[in-house]
Design a protein around this ligand. Structure first.
Ligand code: ADP
Ligand code: MG
Ligand code: ZN
Length: 479
Protein backbone atom coordinates (compact mmCIF):
# COMPACT_ATOMS: atom_id res chain seq x y z
CA UNK A 1 0.00 0.00 0.00
CA UNK A 2 1.38 3.46 -0.90
CA UNK A 3 1.38 6.16 1.77
CA UNK A 4 -1.36 8.79 1.73
CA UNK A 5 -1.22 12.17 3.48
CA UNK A 6 -3.66 13.39 6.13
CA UNK A 7 -3.73 17.14 6.77
CA UNK A 8 -5.62 19.46 9.11
CA UNK A 9 -5.18 23.24 9.19
CA UNK A 10 -5.43 25.76 12.00
CA UNK A 11 -5.95 29.20 10.46
CA UNK A 12 -5.44 32.38 12.48
CA UNK A 13 -7.33 35.33 11.07
CA UNK A 14 -7.09 38.84 12.45
CA UNK A 15 -10.51 40.39 12.89
CA UNK A 16 -10.90 43.72 11.07
CA UNK A 17 -11.61 45.89 14.08
CA UNK A 18 -10.27 49.39 14.78
CA UNK A 19 -9.35 48.49 18.34
CA UNK A 20 -8.02 45.50 20.28
CA UNK A 21 -10.08 42.67 21.72
CA UNK A 22 -9.94 43.60 25.43
CA UNK A 23 -8.93 47.29 25.44
CA UNK A 24 -9.37 50.46 23.38
CA UNK A 25 -5.88 50.50 21.81
CA UNK A 26 -5.77 50.77 18.03
CA UNK A 27 -4.74 47.88 15.81
CA UNK A 28 -3.13 49.89 12.94
CA UNK A 29 -0.33 48.06 11.20
CA UNK A 30 3.09 49.69 11.01
CA UNK A 31 2.82 52.09 13.97
CA UNK A 32 5.91 53.00 16.03
CA UNK A 33 6.79 50.05 18.31
CA UNK A 34 4.87 50.17 21.59
CA UNK A 35 2.85 53.23 20.55
CA UNK A 36 -0.46 51.33 20.72
CA UNK A 37 -0.44 49.90 24.21
CA UNK A 38 -2.15 50.39 27.57
CA UNK A 39 -2.12 48.68 30.99
CA UNK A 40 -4.50 45.97 29.71
CA UNK A 41 -2.52 44.81 26.68
CA UNK A 42 0.78 45.37 28.53
CA UNK A 43 -0.47 42.90 31.13
CA UNK A 44 0.03 45.23 34.07
CA UNK A 45 -1.28 43.83 37.37
CA UNK A 46 -4.85 44.79 38.17
CA UNK A 47 -5.82 45.90 34.65
CA UNK A 48 -9.11 44.34 33.61
CA UNK A 49 -10.15 43.17 30.11
CA UNK A 50 -13.44 44.26 28.52
CA UNK A 51 -14.59 42.33 25.45
CA UNK A 52 -14.85 44.25 22.14
CA UNK A 53 -18.39 43.75 20.84
CA UNK A 54 -17.41 44.37 17.22
CA UNK A 55 -14.83 41.56 17.42
CA UNK A 56 -17.60 39.19 18.53
CA UNK A 57 -19.77 40.42 15.70
CA UNK A 58 -17.08 39.60 13.13
CA UNK A 59 -16.37 36.19 14.67
CA UNK A 60 -20.08 35.35 14.47
CA UNK A 61 -20.15 36.48 10.84
CA UNK A 62 -17.27 34.10 10.01
CA UNK A 63 -18.97 31.25 11.86
CA UNK A 64 -22.23 31.77 9.96
CA UNK A 65 -20.43 32.02 6.59
CA UNK A 66 -18.66 28.73 7.29
CA UNK A 67 -21.88 26.96 8.24
CA UNK A 68 -20.94 26.53 11.91
CA UNK A 69 -23.27 26.31 14.89
CA UNK A 70 -22.77 29.39 17.06
CA UNK A 71 -23.14 28.49 20.73
CA UNK A 72 -25.24 30.57 23.02
CA UNK A 73 -22.58 30.44 25.70
CA UNK A 74 -18.86 30.32 25.19
CA UNK A 75 -16.11 30.68 27.75
CA UNK A 76 -12.80 32.53 27.65
CA UNK A 77 -9.89 30.61 29.14
CA UNK A 78 -6.30 31.29 30.08
CA UNK A 79 -3.70 29.40 28.10
CA UNK A 80 -0.60 29.61 30.27
CA UNK A 81 2.92 29.67 28.86
CA UNK A 82 6.02 31.76 29.11
CA UNK A 83 7.28 33.75 26.17
CA UNK A 84 8.99 37.17 26.13
CA UNK A 85 6.28 38.66 23.89
CA UNK A 86 3.49 37.49 26.19
CA UNK A 87 3.56 39.91 29.12
CA UNK A 88 0.69 38.40 31.16
CA UNK A 89 2.22 34.91 31.04
CA UNK A 90 -1.00 33.64 29.51
CA UNK A 91 -3.04 34.18 26.37
CA UNK A 92 -6.78 34.67 26.67
CA UNK A 93 -8.37 32.19 24.29
CA UNK A 94 -11.35 29.86 24.25
CA UNK A 95 -10.84 26.21 24.99
CA UNK A 96 -13.51 23.84 26.26
CA UNK A 97 -16.44 25.94 25.09
CA UNK A 98 -15.55 27.74 21.86
CA UNK A 99 -17.78 30.25 20.09
CA UNK A 100 -18.74 27.90 17.25
CA UNK A 101 -18.35 24.32 16.06
CA UNK A 102 -19.25 22.00 13.19
CA UNK A 103 -18.88 23.90 9.89
CA UNK A 104 -17.75 23.03 6.37
CA UNK A 105 -15.99 24.29 3.27
CA UNK A 106 -16.28 22.93 -0.28
CA UNK A 107 -13.15 22.75 -2.46
CA UNK A 108 -12.57 22.94 -6.22
CA UNK A 109 -11.86 19.19 -6.14
CA UNK A 110 -15.39 18.63 -4.79
CA UNK A 111 -14.09 17.52 -1.37
CA UNK A 112 -16.00 18.91 1.60
CA UNK A 113 -13.74 19.76 4.53
CA UNK A 114 -15.16 19.74 8.04
CA UNK A 115 -14.52 22.70 10.31
CA UNK A 116 -14.10 21.51 13.87
CA UNK A 117 -14.33 24.82 15.67
CA UNK A 118 -13.90 28.58 15.58
CA UNK A 119 -12.76 30.29 18.73
CA UNK A 120 -11.79 33.84 19.64
CA UNK A 121 -8.45 34.79 21.13
CA UNK A 122 -5.91 37.57 21.50
CA UNK A 123 -2.64 37.78 19.60
CA UNK A 124 0.73 38.06 21.36
CA UNK A 125 3.38 40.75 20.79
CA UNK A 126 6.38 40.51 18.55
CA UNK A 127 10.09 40.00 19.20
CA UNK A 128 12.24 42.31 17.06
CA UNK A 129 15.62 41.04 15.94
CA UNK A 130 16.51 43.69 13.34
CA UNK A 131 16.17 47.37 12.63
CA UNK A 132 17.72 49.00 15.73
CA UNK A 133 21.34 49.92 16.58
CA UNK A 134 22.37 47.10 18.96
CA UNK A 135 20.37 44.40 17.18
CA UNK A 136 23.43 42.15 17.07
CA UNK A 137 23.34 41.83 20.87
CA UNK A 138 19.73 42.47 21.85
CA UNK A 139 16.19 41.48 21.07
CA UNK A 140 13.45 44.04 21.60
CA UNK A 141 9.76 43.54 22.16
CA UNK A 142 6.97 45.38 20.34
CA UNK A 143 3.63 44.94 22.10
CA UNK A 144 1.50 46.78 19.54
CA UNK A 145 0.11 43.49 18.37
CA UNK A 146 -0.54 42.21 21.89
CA UNK A 147 -4.31 41.95 22.30
CA UNK A 148 -5.14 42.09 18.59
CA UNK A 149 -8.38 40.14 18.04
CA UNK A 150 -8.10 36.83 16.22
CA UNK A 151 -10.25 33.89 15.36
CA UNK A 152 -8.69 30.48 15.05
CA UNK A 153 -10.44 28.23 12.54
CA UNK A 154 -9.57 24.56 13.10
CA UNK A 155 -10.28 22.06 10.33
CA UNK A 156 -10.95 18.36 10.69
CA UNK A 157 -8.08 16.17 9.43
CA UNK A 158 -10.02 15.87 6.14
CA UNK A 159 -7.50 17.25 3.66
CA UNK A 160 -5.72 14.66 1.52
CA UNK A 161 -3.20 16.59 -0.56
CA UNK A 162 -0.97 19.65 -0.41
CA UNK A 163 -2.93 21.15 -3.33
CA UNK A 164 -6.27 20.72 -1.55
CA UNK A 165 -4.79 22.30 1.59
CA UNK A 166 -3.63 25.33 -0.41
CA UNK A 167 -7.05 25.56 -2.08
CA UNK A 168 -8.77 25.39 1.34
CA UNK A 169 -6.55 28.17 2.69
CA UNK A 170 -7.12 30.36 -0.36
CA UNK A 171 -10.90 29.84 -0.30
CA UNK A 172 -10.86 30.68 3.40
CA UNK A 173 -9.13 33.96 2.59
CA UNK A 174 -11.63 34.65 -0.19
CA UNK A 175 -14.61 34.09 2.15
CA UNK A 176 -13.19 36.04 5.10
CA UNK A 177 -12.36 39.00 2.86
CA UNK A 178 -15.76 38.87 1.11
CA UNK A 179 -17.60 39.14 4.42
CA UNK A 180 -15.37 41.93 5.76
CA UNK A 181 -13.95 39.87 8.63
CA UNK A 182 -10.29 39.91 7.58
CA UNK A 183 -8.20 42.16 5.31
CA UNK A 184 -6.50 39.19 3.63
CA UNK A 185 -3.08 40.77 4.02
CA UNK A 186 -0.83 37.77 4.47
CA UNK A 187 2.49 39.64 4.31
CA UNK A 188 1.42 41.74 7.28
CA UNK A 189 0.46 38.59 9.17
CA UNK A 190 -3.31 39.18 9.17
CA UNK A 191 -3.85 35.62 8.01
CA UNK A 192 -1.57 32.71 8.80
CA UNK A 193 -1.85 29.02 9.16
CA UNK A 194 -0.41 26.01 10.97
CA UNK A 195 -0.41 22.77 9.01
CA UNK A 196 -0.78 19.43 10.80
CA UNK A 197 0.59 16.68 8.61
CA UNK A 198 0.79 12.89 8.89
CA UNK A 199 0.94 9.95 6.51
CA UNK A 200 -0.65 6.52 6.67
CA UNK A 201 -0.62 3.32 4.64
CA UNK A 202 -3.73 3.52 2.48
CA UNK A 203 -7.01 5.38 2.84
CA UNK A 204 -8.46 3.15 5.57
CA UNK A 205 -5.40 2.78 7.79
CA UNK A 206 -5.37 4.51 11.19
CA UNK A 207 -3.88 8.03 11.27
CA UNK A 208 -0.14 8.31 11.70
CA UNK A 209 1.66 10.58 14.17
CA UNK A 210 1.48 14.21 13.02
CA UNK A 211 3.87 17.10 12.96
CA UNK A 212 2.76 20.71 13.00
CA UNK A 213 4.34 23.25 10.66
CA UNK A 214 3.88 26.68 12.25
CA UNK A 215 3.01 30.10 10.84
CA UNK A 216 2.88 29.66 7.10
CA UNK A 217 1.74 32.86 5.40
CA UNK A 218 1.41 32.06 1.70
CA UNK A 219 -0.53 29.49 -0.33
CA UNK A 220 2.59 28.52 -2.25
CA UNK A 221 4.67 28.01 0.90
CA UNK A 222 1.87 26.00 2.45
CA UNK A 223 1.84 23.65 -0.52
CA UNK A 224 5.65 23.37 -0.49
CA UNK A 225 5.83 22.84 3.27
CA UNK A 226 3.25 20.06 3.22
CA UNK A 227 4.81 18.36 0.18
CA UNK A 228 8.21 18.44 1.88
CA UNK A 229 6.80 17.14 5.15
CA UNK A 230 4.95 14.26 3.47
CA UNK A 231 8.10 13.14 1.63
CA UNK A 232 10.22 13.49 4.77
CA UNK A 233 7.82 11.44 6.88
CA UNK A 234 7.61 8.68 4.27
CA UNK A 235 11.41 8.50 4.14
CA UNK A 236 11.65 8.26 7.93
CA UNK A 237 9.05 5.47 8.03
CA UNK A 238 10.61 3.61 5.10
CA UNK A 239 13.97 3.68 6.88
CA UNK A 240 12.29 1.97 9.85
CA UNK A 241 12.08 5.13 11.97
CA UNK A 242 9.17 6.70 13.83
CA UNK A 243 7.68 10.18 13.44
CA UNK A 244 8.23 12.46 16.43
CA UNK A 245 5.19 14.53 17.33
CA UNK A 246 6.77 17.96 17.11
CA UNK A 247 6.47 21.54 15.97
CA UNK A 248 8.42 22.41 12.84
CA UNK A 249 9.22 25.60 10.94
CA UNK A 250 9.21 26.04 7.17
CA UNK A 251 12.22 27.81 5.70
CA UNK A 252 11.03 29.43 2.50
CA UNK A 253 14.59 29.92 1.28
CA UNK A 254 15.39 26.20 1.28
CA UNK A 255 11.86 24.80 0.91
CA UNK A 256 12.52 22.52 3.91
CA UNK A 257 10.93 22.17 7.33
CA UNK A 258 13.14 22.08 10.43
CA UNK A 259 12.35 20.81 13.89
CA UNK A 260 11.62 23.68 16.31
CA UNK A 261 10.48 22.02 19.53
CA UNK A 262 8.70 18.96 20.87
CA UNK A 263 4.94 19.32 20.62
CA UNK A 264 3.25 20.40 23.82
CA UNK A 265 0.02 18.70 24.89
CA UNK A 266 -3.06 20.66 25.93
CA UNK A 267 -2.47 19.83 29.61
CA UNK A 268 0.92 21.57 29.44
CA UNK A 269 -0.96 24.86 29.12
CA UNK A 270 -2.90 24.49 32.38
CA UNK A 271 -6.03 25.95 30.79
CA UNK A 272 -8.59 27.36 33.20
CA UNK A 273 -11.58 29.69 32.78
CA UNK A 274 -10.66 33.39 32.68
CA UNK A 275 -11.90 34.81 36.00
CA UNK A 276 -11.88 38.42 34.76
CA UNK A 277 -14.40 37.86 31.93
CA UNK A 278 -17.98 36.65 32.19
CA UNK A 279 -19.17 33.92 29.83
CA UNK A 280 -19.85 35.26 26.33
CA UNK A 281 -23.59 35.02 25.64
CA UNK A 282 -24.75 35.27 22.02
CA UNK A 283 -28.48 35.50 21.44
CA UNK A 284 -30.21 33.77 18.54
CA UNK A 285 -31.25 37.21 17.33
CA UNK A 286 -27.59 38.23 17.06
CA UNK A 287 -26.82 35.18 14.93
CA UNK A 288 -29.92 35.75 12.79
CA UNK A 289 -28.90 39.36 12.17
CA UNK A 290 -25.46 38.22 11.03
CA UNK A 291 -27.07 35.71 8.67
CA UNK A 292 -29.47 38.31 7.25
CA UNK A 293 -26.62 40.75 6.58
CA UNK A 294 -24.42 38.15 4.88
CA UNK A 295 -23.27 39.26 1.41
CA UNK A 296 -23.20 36.78 -1.46
CA UNK A 297 -20.45 34.22 -0.74
CA UNK A 298 -17.97 33.05 -3.41
CA UNK A 299 -19.63 29.63 -3.86
CA UNK A 300 -23.06 31.19 -4.39
CA UNK A 301 -21.61 33.78 -6.72
CA UNK A 302 -19.99 31.06 -8.82
CA UNK A 303 -23.32 29.23 -9.07
CA UNK A 304 -25.04 32.47 -10.09
CA UNK A 305 -22.41 33.16 -12.76
CA UNK A 306 -23.22 29.75 -14.24
CA UNK A 307 -27.00 30.09 -14.16
CA UNK A 308 -27.40 33.80 -14.91
CA UNK A 309 -24.59 34.27 -17.43
CA UNK A 310 -24.29 30.75 -18.84
CA UNK A 311 -20.59 30.47 -17.91
CA UNK A 312 -18.95 27.07 -17.53
CA UNK A 313 -18.06 25.90 -14.02
CA UNK A 314 -14.41 26.26 -14.95
CA UNK A 315 -14.69 29.88 -16.13
CA UNK A 316 -16.96 30.87 -13.24
CA UNK A 317 -14.49 29.37 -10.77
CA UNK A 318 -11.59 31.28 -12.31
CA UNK A 319 -13.46 34.56 -12.18
CA UNK A 320 -14.84 34.16 -8.68
CA UNK A 321 -12.23 32.25 -6.73
CA UNK A 322 -8.94 32.28 -8.57
CA UNK A 323 -8.46 35.79 -9.95
CA UNK A 324 -8.64 38.37 -7.20
CA UNK A 325 -11.19 40.98 -8.19
CA UNK A 326 -12.13 39.02 -11.32
CA UNK A 327 -15.80 38.63 -10.48
CA UNK A 328 -16.43 42.33 -9.84
CA UNK A 329 -14.55 43.29 -12.98
CA UNK A 330 -16.59 40.79 -14.99
CA UNK A 331 -19.93 42.02 -13.68
CA UNK A 332 -19.03 45.65 -14.32
CA UNK A 333 -17.99 44.82 -17.88
CA UNK A 334 -21.31 43.11 -18.50
CA UNK A 335 -23.17 46.00 -16.88
CA UNK A 336 -21.37 48.35 -19.31
CA UNK A 337 -22.90 46.44 -22.22
CA UNK A 338 -20.57 43.55 -23.11
CA UNK A 339 -22.04 40.10 -23.62
CA UNK A 340 -21.19 37.71 -20.76
CA UNK A 341 -19.43 35.38 -23.14
CA UNK A 342 -17.11 37.97 -24.64
CA UNK A 343 -16.48 39.68 -21.27
CA UNK A 344 -15.33 36.39 -19.76
CA UNK A 345 -13.27 35.49 -22.85
CA UNK A 346 -11.47 38.83 -22.78
CA UNK A 347 -10.80 38.70 -19.04
CA UNK A 348 -9.67 35.09 -18.90
CA UNK A 349 -7.67 35.38 -22.13
CA UNK A 350 -5.93 38.59 -23.10
CA UNK A 351 -6.39 40.59 -19.91
CA UNK A 352 -5.02 37.79 -17.78
CA UNK A 353 -2.04 37.43 -20.13
CA UNK A 354 -1.31 41.18 -19.97
CA UNK A 355 -1.72 41.08 -16.19
CA UNK A 356 0.76 38.23 -15.95
CA UNK A 357 3.25 40.05 -18.19
CA UNK A 358 2.94 43.02 -15.84
CA UNK A 359 3.81 40.70 -12.94
CA UNK A 360 0.48 41.33 -11.18
CA UNK A 361 -2.32 39.00 -10.11
CA UNK A 362 -5.03 41.26 -8.87
CA UNK A 363 -7.59 42.74 -11.30
CA UNK A 364 -7.31 46.09 -9.52
CA UNK A 365 -3.89 46.37 -11.22
CA UNK A 366 -5.58 46.44 -14.65
CA UNK A 367 -5.35 49.98 -16.05
CA UNK A 368 -8.26 49.37 -18.47
CA UNK A 369 -11.59 50.13 -16.76
CA UNK A 370 -14.45 47.63 -17.29
CA UNK A 371 -16.51 50.00 -19.47
CA UNK A 372 -13.51 50.49 -21.77
CA UNK A 373 -13.19 46.71 -22.14
CA UNK A 374 -16.92 46.54 -22.87
CA UNK A 375 -16.44 49.06 -25.69
CA UNK A 376 -13.64 46.96 -27.19
CA UNK A 377 -15.70 43.78 -26.88
CA UNK A 378 -18.57 45.51 -28.67
CA UNK A 379 -16.34 46.54 -31.60
CA UNK A 380 -15.20 42.93 -31.96
CA UNK A 381 -18.67 41.42 -31.55
CA UNK A 382 -20.07 43.76 -34.23
CA UNK A 383 -17.09 42.79 -36.42
CA UNK A 384 -15.92 46.38 -36.76
CA UNK A 385 -12.44 45.05 -36.02
CA UNK A 386 -11.05 41.53 -36.27
CA UNK A 387 -9.95 39.72 -33.14
CA UNK A 388 -6.30 40.00 -34.21
CA UNK A 389 -6.57 43.77 -34.42
CA UNK A 390 -8.58 43.85 -31.18
CA UNK A 391 -5.69 42.27 -29.28
CA UNK A 392 -3.36 45.00 -30.49
CA UNK A 393 -5.92 47.65 -29.62
CA UNK A 394 -6.14 46.23 -26.11
CA UNK A 395 -2.38 46.46 -25.57
CA UNK A 396 -2.49 50.06 -26.78
CA UNK A 397 -5.35 50.74 -24.36
CA UNK A 398 -3.30 49.14 -21.60
CA UNK A 399 -0.23 51.28 -22.17
CA UNK A 400 -1.83 54.58 -23.20
CA UNK A 401 -5.15 54.61 -21.35
CA UNK A 402 -6.94 55.58 -24.59
CA UNK A 403 -10.36 54.22 -25.59
CA UNK A 404 -10.80 51.48 -28.17
CA UNK A 405 -12.95 53.56 -30.54
CA UNK A 406 -10.42 56.41 -30.59
CA UNK A 407 -7.52 54.04 -31.32
CA UNK A 408 -9.43 52.32 -34.13
CA UNK A 409 -10.35 55.66 -35.72
CA UNK A 410 -6.92 57.25 -35.34
CA UNK A 411 -5.09 54.25 -36.79
CA UNK A 412 -7.73 53.33 -39.40
CA UNK A 413 -8.08 49.84 -38.04
CA UNK A 414 -11.72 49.19 -38.91
CA UNK A 415 -12.19 46.11 -41.07
CA UNK A 416 -12.29 46.58 -44.80
CA UNK A 417 -15.85 45.88 -45.85
CA UNK A 418 -15.13 46.62 -49.51
CA UNK A 419 -15.20 43.19 -51.17
CA UNK A 420 -13.42 44.56 -54.21
CA UNK A 421 -10.28 45.20 -52.15
CA UNK A 422 -10.61 41.82 -50.45
CA UNK A 423 -11.13 40.04 -53.76
CA UNK A 424 -7.96 41.47 -55.26
CA UNK A 425 -5.99 40.58 -52.10
CA UNK A 426 -7.23 37.00 -52.43
CA UNK A 427 -6.37 36.87 -56.12
CA UNK A 428 -2.88 38.13 -55.38
CA UNK A 429 -2.31 35.55 -52.64
CA UNK A 430 -3.39 32.76 -54.97
CA UNK A 431 -1.05 34.02 -57.68
CA UNK A 432 1.90 34.27 -55.28
CA UNK A 433 1.40 30.83 -53.69
CA UNK A 434 0.92 28.29 -56.50
CA UNK A 435 2.44 25.50 -54.32
CA UNK A 436 -0.10 25.93 -51.55
CA UNK A 437 -2.91 26.07 -54.12
CA UNK A 438 -1.70 22.82 -55.67
CA UNK A 439 -1.42 21.19 -52.26
CA UNK A 440 -4.93 22.28 -51.39
CA UNK A 441 -6.26 20.88 -54.65
CA UNK A 442 -4.40 17.62 -53.88
CA UNK A 443 -6.45 17.35 -50.68
CA UNK A 444 -4.12 18.96 -48.12
CA UNK A 445 -6.66 20.96 -46.12
CA UNK A 446 -4.12 22.79 -43.94
CA UNK A 447 -2.87 24.55 -47.06
CA UNK A 448 -6.19 26.42 -46.91
CA UNK A 449 -5.42 27.81 -43.46
CA UNK A 450 -2.09 28.99 -44.77
CA UNK A 451 -3.76 30.85 -47.63
CA UNK A 452 -6.25 32.50 -45.26
CA UNK A 453 -3.31 33.58 -43.10
CA UNK A 454 -1.52 35.08 -46.10
CA UNK A 455 -4.61 36.99 -47.17
CA UNK A 456 -5.18 38.33 -43.63
CA UNK A 457 -1.56 39.37 -43.52
CA UNK A 458 -1.77 41.26 -46.78
CA UNK A 459 -4.84 43.07 -45.39
CA UNK A 460 -2.82 43.84 -42.20
CA UNK A 461 -5.41 41.98 -40.14
CA UNK A 462 -8.14 44.42 -41.15
CA UNK A 463 -10.22 41.87 -43.00
CA UNK A 464 -13.08 39.81 -41.70
CA UNK A 465 -11.67 36.25 -41.70
CA UNK A 466 -15.12 34.83 -42.48
CA UNK A 467 -15.33 36.91 -45.67
CA UNK A 468 -11.76 35.94 -46.63
CA UNK A 469 -12.68 32.30 -46.09
CA UNK A 470 -15.65 32.54 -48.41
CA UNK A 471 -13.82 34.45 -51.13
CA UNK A 472 -10.94 31.97 -51.06
CA UNK A 473 -13.26 28.96 -51.23
CA UNK A 474 -15.08 30.48 -54.17
CA UNK A 475 -11.84 31.38 -55.96
CA UNK A 476 -10.40 27.91 -55.52
CA UNK A 477 -13.59 26.45 -56.92
CA UNK A 478 -15.26 23.16 -56.02
CA UNK A 479 -12.75 20.33 -55.80
P1 ADP B 1 -3.57 21.24 18.84
O1 ADP B 1 -4.39 22.41 19.26
O2 ADP B 1 -2.78 20.64 19.93
O3 ADP B 1 -2.70 21.52 17.67
P2 ADP B 1 -5.97 19.86 17.86
O4 ADP B 1 -6.60 18.63 18.39
O5 ADP B 1 -6.74 21.13 18.01
O6 ADP B 1 -4.55 20.01 18.45
O7 ADP B 1 -5.72 19.57 16.33
C1 ADP B 1 -5.08 20.47 15.55
C2 ADP B 1 -5.21 20.08 14.08
O8 ADP B 1 -4.57 18.84 13.82
C3 ADP B 1 -6.61 19.95 13.56
O9 ADP B 1 -6.70 20.74 12.40
C4 ADP B 1 -6.75 18.49 13.20
O10 ADP B 1 -7.55 18.30 12.07
C5 ADP B 1 -5.33 18.09 12.90
N1 ADP B 1 -5.00 16.68 13.12
C6 ADP B 1 -5.33 15.91 14.16
N2 ADP B 1 -4.81 14.67 14.02
C7 ADP B 1 -4.13 14.65 12.85
C8 ADP B 1 -3.35 13.67 12.14
N3 ADP B 1 -3.14 12.46 12.61
N4 ADP B 1 -2.78 14.05 10.96
C9 ADP B 1 -2.94 15.29 10.49
N5 ADP B 1 -3.65 16.23 11.10
C10 ADP B 1 -4.24 15.95 12.27
MG1 MG C 1 -2.13 23.33 16.96
ZN1 ZN D 1 -4.34 48.25 25.18
Amino acid sequence: MPYVPVIGLEIHAQLKTLTKIFCGCRTDFGAQPNAQVCPVCLGLPGALPVLNRHAVDLAIRAAVALDCTVHETSIFARKNYFYPDLPKGYQISQYEQPLATGGRMRLASGAVIGITRIHMEEDAGKSLHHGFPDADRHTRIDLNRSGTPLIEIVSEPDLRSAADAADYFSRMREVLVAIGVNDGNMEEGSLRCDANVSVRRGPDAPFGTRTEVKNVNSFKYLEQAIAFEVTRQIEVLEAGGVIQQETRLFDNATGRTESMRGKEDAHDYRYFPEPDLPPLVVSQAWVDAARAAMPELPDARQARFMSAYGLSAYDANLLVQLIAGGADYFEETVKAGASAKSASNWILGELRRLLKDAGAEDMTAVPVPPDALAELAGLTDREVISSTVAKEVLSTMWTTGRRAGAIVDAQGLAQVGDTGALRSAVAQVLAENPDAVAQYRAGKTNAFGFLVGQAMKSMKGKANPKVINELLKRALGPE
